[in-house]
Design a protein. Structure first.
Length: 586
């Protein structure tokens, strides 16, 4: 059995194991982690080398087995001593180099034996050389290179784009004090995250304080030494970090670096979506970004002067003339507004308001049409499906609100959305604008019988004579103040979206981009462009979402088309060979 084993193969295996053990020792692995592969590899190398010198294989491998047992015994008895032998001394370095060069030399000499191996000597030299180069590069990069790459699908090991944008925009020194005990198991993980923050901005520094060792510092900061407390400071402001997650820390940094808290007002009294009900998730996210939210009854008072953005989330009832005049005055003075108008809403009066800024609200609704396998009477047949849910994958790449969505290919979804278009610049207001979101596909169309369609959602509609998609469903416009009372340097900003459901708790989680699009609209309107980005990623279930037509294509391709192509190709090859007849060799 021993005689049939090729010596070069044994030598190569021994060389790989020995080098693996030495590299593991360099990486400060456990005694058994580096000792076992090194001992086994050294024994195999010794046996192969003795065979190379002319000793019979059986004798050579018995000697190698004795050496292997002796090495394992030394490692077991003196393991702690050998394991603690680091590269801090010149003796250790010289011993390692001598051992490495010696074993590699023995390995090469043992591999290059025999007629077949001699003929392929260059190949084995290349293998060993590549192995040595890989080991050296591994060692050098581990010791001197600190660049890391996040290869997780959702970039879970990296800071979010929102955090990176905020850190790059820092112009004030921010200092973090983490009161965490040295023995706390959560401390290393939190330290890694803080290092990423410090690497993103030179204005960010941090320190860890053990409240048991330094109770005077804990008393000075007025914190409970029994709890984990994290404080962020900037000038004379300080903020407590409410949780261990990245979003908690970024929120605290935003709060201490922003001079004040901007207020977002949501109109009410017209059957709009409410902050406490359908839009509770959005309200919570806005508070995390240091925005204050409050309801507003325009029938009772003007838009407050501290309003950063006025949000009108899907009204179902018309606005009174006094409310319309207050909204117009607010916009004329350089205010910002986000208007969400569902297709099933009646004439609210806002249509004429946004028309002054070149925005046209169409009385229609987008219908998505897909051809594929349709369930019917317990079976499937090839037909057409129509849906009131339209996805958007096309955006205006030049606009800040959707630039990240376009570049990263992130979809948004709208349930019952109407068409919103831009008619062109208004010369009297010096207004500029552009459509920013396009929903639907080339097979989608728009219907004007909205009320009838909503009464009977399963009703099929004819696309004949109707415009086809994709349709513009959101428009952003800007203009300088048009009245003398406007704030100097202010700019009117207006975003109109043909749907309000996409921002509600019921629909917002259906598409990854819904939350990003809504928050980006508000941050752009409040002139916080440094916060317009894709927000924190979360691990979870990420299914592949396909349309009915895409599902039908995959079904046909996997079950029928691909096997059919293979069958046809086999028939062609069989026919070609048969037509040529038997070859000369046959």
């Amino acid at each position: 059995m021993v005689r049939s084993i090729p010596i070069p193969f044994v030598a190569l295996v021994g060389l790989l194991l020995a080098v693996d053990g030495m590299v593991a020792w360099l990486a400060s692995a456990t005694v058994w982690g580096w000792g076992i592969p090194w001992a086994v590899g050294t024994g195999l190398l010794l046996g192969a080398f003795l065979s190379r010198l002319g000793v019979r294989k059986s004798i050579a491998f018995v000697v190698a087995l004795v050496v292997l047992v002796a090495l394992c015994a030394i490692i077991y008895v003196k393991g702690e001593v050998i394991g603690a032998f680091k590269l801090d001394s010149i003796t250790a370095i010289l011993l390692f180099l001598a051992l490495f060069v010696g074993e590699v030399g023995v390995g090469i000499a043992s591999v290059l034996t025999g007629r077949a191996s001699a003929q392929g000597a260059n190949f084995w030299v290349y293998v060993v050389s590549a192995l040595a180069i890989a080991v050296v590069l591994n060692y050098l990069t581990n010791r001197h290179v600190r660049t890391t790459y996040d290869i997780t699908q959702a970039q879970l090991e990296s800071l979010s784009d929102q955090t990176l944008a905020k850190m790059k925009g820092l112009r004030k020194d921010v200092h973090l004090i983490a009161f965490i005990r040295d023995s706390d198991p959560n401390r290393p993980g939190y330290a890694e995250m803080l290092k990423k923050y410090a690497a993103a901005s030179r204005y960010f520094t941090f320190e860890f304080v053990d409240p048991d060792k330094y109770p005077d510092i804990a008393a000075r900061e007025n914190i409970n030494p029994n709890d984990i407390t994290i404080i962020v400071k900037c000038e004379d402001r300080r903020e407590l970090v409410l949780g261990p997650e990245e979003r908690d820390l970024t929120t605290a940094i935003i709060k201490v670096t922003r001079p004040g808290q901007k207020r977002i007002y949501f109109s009410m009294w017209h059957q709009e979506r409410t902050l406490e009900g359908e839009m509770a998730m959005l309200a919570n996210l806005l508070r995390q970004l240091n925005y204050a939210t409050a309801p507003l009854k325009l029938i009772d008072s003007d838009v407050p002067p501290d309003c950063a953005v006025l949000v009108i989330p899907g009204p179902k009832a018309p606005f009174a003339p006094v409310e319309i005049s207050r909204i117009e005055r607010y916009l004329a003075e350089g205010g910002s507004a986000l208007v969400l108008l569902d297709p099933d809403s009646i004439e609210t009066g806002l249509e004429n308001v946004v028309a002054r800024w070149g925005v046209v609200v169409h009385p229609n609704m987008v219908i998505e049409r897909q051809r594929g396998l349709v369930p019917y009477a317990g079976g499937l047949y090839m037909g057409e499906q129509q849906s009131m849910y339209a996805r958007a994958m096309k955006y205006e790449p030049s606009h800040a609100i959707v630039a990240d969505l376009e570049s990263k290919g992130i979809a948004t979804g709208f349930y019952q959305v109407r068409e919103i278009t831009w008619t062109g610049a208004n010369p009297t207001l010096a207004c500029t604008g552009t459509p920013i979101v396009f929903a639907g596909s080339r097979t989608s169309f728009a219907i004007t019988e909205v009320k009838e369609a909503l009464r009977n959602p399963r009703q099929a509609h004819s696309a004949e004579g109707k415009p086809s998609g994709p349709f513009s469903v959101a428009v952003a416009a800007t203009a300088p103040p048009s009245v003398p009372t406007g704030v100097e340097g202010a700019k009117t900003r207006l975003v109109v979206v043909g749907d309000a459901d996409f921002a509600t708790d019921r629909v917002v989680s259906q598409e990854r981009g819904n939350v990003d699009f809504m928050l980006n609209c508000i941050t752009w309107l409040s002139e916080d462009e440094d916060l317009i980005t894709i927000h924190s990623r979360e691990p979870g279930y990420k299914p592949i979402v396909m349309t009915a037509s895409q599902g039908t294509f995959m079904f046909l391709f996997c079950v029928w088309r691909y096997p059919a192509m293979v069958f046809v190709a086999g028939l062609l090859i069989w026919w070609y060979r048969r037509s040529r007849g038997p070859g000369k060799d046959n």
